[in-house]
Design a protein around this ligand. Sequence first.
Ligand SMILES: Cc1cc2nc3c(=O)[nH]c(=O)nc-3n(C[C@H](O)[C@H](O)[C@H](O)COP(=O)(O)O)c2cc1C
Length: 206
Amino acid sequence: MAEEKKNSGKKRLIVGISGASGAILGIQLLKLLGQYPDWETHLIMTEGAKLTIRSETEYTVEQVAALADRTYEPQQIGASIASGTFRTEGMVILPCSMKTIAGIASGYCDNLLLRAADVTLKEKRKLVLAARECPLSAIHLRNMLTLTEAGAYIMPPVLSYYQHPQSIEDMNLHFLGKLLDKFDLEPAGYRRWGEGCSDYSNESNE
Ligand SMILES: Cc1cc2nc3c(=O)[nH]c(=O)nc-3n(C[C@H](O)[C@H](O)[C@H](O)COP(=O)(O)O)c2cc1C
């Protein structure tokens, strides 16, 4: 573990991008995190993620890697983030495939993404999984229940309409705001219900 010589003093967040649809969300998350100078991002992209980045976005894998402070390959199983002694604020996998969900739920850590998620759970740090598949099978749902019971947040990238989105970017920002809220971060433009979004609490039901 010689590669991490010193603690930078920054808060560390592990970001995983796996091969589910929605790679752009992971990219936008890295961009938002880049605006917080006191946070440091540690990125793992699976081979599946590299495929979806190429097929769904205008970004190259190298451009995505450059958005993070450190980037690891899935086979780097001895990297710093594979150990619980390397302190982090937690981990986000966005988007999270059903294969990765299954791997974490069963404790099958055969790549660095799965190992880092397993470590995050065992250290009782925050693990946010933006699980993405449609429709969901009984197997997917059981795995997600297992992970919820183990302490993970299952946060599928679900659309919301109450903030009156005008574009896909608005939709994405709202989801990313909800996700970053788990780490007490609030991106510019994020609108909470009753604080920029409509609030009907004073209206009569009649
Ligand atoms: C364009 C594309 C979109 C995909 N979307 C999904 C998805 O939304 N959810 C999912 O579970 N798998 C999806 N897959 C399949 C995964 O990429 C595949 O199961 C892969 O083995 C996941 O491995 P990983 O979790 O290590 O990235 C998609 C594959 C491609 C090529």
